[in-house]
Design a protein around this ligand. Sequence first.
Ligand SMILES: Cc1ncc(COP(=O)(O)O)c(C=O)c1O
Length: 374
Amino acid sequence: MNISKKSITSIFKPYLNVKDGYKGGKPIVAAKEGQKVYKLSSNENPVGTSPKAIDAIKKHLTNLHIYPDTTDIHLRESLVTYYDKQLNIDQFLCAASGSELIDILIRGFIREEDEVIISTPCFVPYRMFSQWSGAKVVDVPLTDKEYELDVNGILKAINSKTRIVFLTSPNNPTGTYIPKVTLENLIKEIPSNIIVVFDEVYWHFADAPDYVKAINYLEKYPNIIAINSFSKTYGLAALRVGYAYTSIEIANYLRQICKPFLISKLSLEGAIAALKDTTFIAETIRVVKTERKFIQNEFDKLNINYTPSQANFFLLDPPINDIKFTELMRNEGIAVRPVKNFGAAGKVRISIGNREANKAMLHALARILGKLTN
Ligand SMILES: Cc1ncc(COP(=O)(O)O)c(C=O)c1O
């Protein structure tokens, strides 16, 4: 049978034709032969991977022909310990990355025409996955310069079709956080039949005195879902594993739409070991905070515009076009990320690396700025 292209495309869902999708950091290619390239484009762990996780993975390499556990139960047991038994095992839900958890909860709650509230600049998958479900995405942008949450704007945007409000703290790509008072003022006004997603994948790096985590609010607001990832502090980005915690009712509801064998055996074992590697976790936090201060000082000396960060990256306002700036940095061996598709046109995100990478980045930046003023 000869099927025309038109009849095929007529069955495509129009809302799946998402432009400007999230593509992640590009693979690293050196601009010149033999050049060392520093990847500061995907907010990865500057220390590397938990050695305990690597050992655990190696131990399980011989049994790859056996399916993993059908459930995430052992990882959830480890999470209960990690959270000092403040949460019940049934409040956790694990999946093959934080991004996948975002997809699962959208699939669980969104019907076509429902509304989802995001505040740009923010992590692209909130918008993208919502659109994949046929939702209308309502953007209530963060304020202009300080990137604060527009609490009144969000409350005004809420209507009978609103299903999910996305909050991120610390936020990607701005590195800003939601202060306790702001969060409390907002969540107390959000109707309980709306899901509040509190994405806290960078929480270990936040040290502002009024930084708060979702766990403090779960009892009062069972409509909160916290998103966490093993890609950042635990250095397991390649394994793709993350977890959420929420009320038992929501976790058990979403569990029903998790595919069996969702998380690979190596990811499960790596994540369980990484949670116990307190030395590695502490070292990661120490390096990020030390390097953050170091970079901030150097940025000040270079007189470059940036947003103070509570995460393991900085949002920079380069004095030249973002794409040109990214290209010049790439020529110097530094991979950074323009974040127009996050909603921050003209800005560039630079991850915090180890001291060697940060010095190389600052050196490249100084050279580029120097050339501009000469
Ligand atoms: C704000 C935010 N949420 C969630 C994620 C998802 O992380 P992953 O899918 O690697 O677990 C990321 C990753 O960069 C992020 O920046």
